[in-house]
Design a protein around this ligand. Sequence first.
Ligand code: CUA
Length: 151
Amino acid sequence: MDKYEIRIIQLTLAMIAVFLFALLRATNNYSADLPACIPYDGSFTEPKMMELDDNLYQVYIVAQMWSFEPAEIYLPVGAEVDFYLTSKDVVHGMHLYEKNLNMMAVPGGINKSTVKFDKPGVYELICHEYCGSGHQHMRAEVIVNYPTETN
Ligand code: CUA
């Protein structure tokens, strides 16, 4: 093997090591939560939202051309949410502003990620994967507020 070939291979391996190190460091230091892929199950094809416990929620989001269901998700401040995401048709993306959440919606697959909402506000959620002529209209909102007193 030519000595330049060996150098190029060494350089490539060193670059891969640097990228892997950067990825692991970002995951640990900036709490970038990598989505988990879980086995596909028919129950995930219906959009729904469940309160498991005090401030503990599960939201099943279904993406399709060109909307997310549910399109409006109401949560109290302090809510910790497991987002489950799948798609009914083509590949979509899901990006939740301000929360470092970026997932793919893949038909036949489910992605899961957990997010905590400590501050009230309207968090916009968009599709970031081009999915056809209505792609730019594909959005939803997570609305976080203090619970209203009922007594
Ligand atoms: Cu769905 Cu772009």
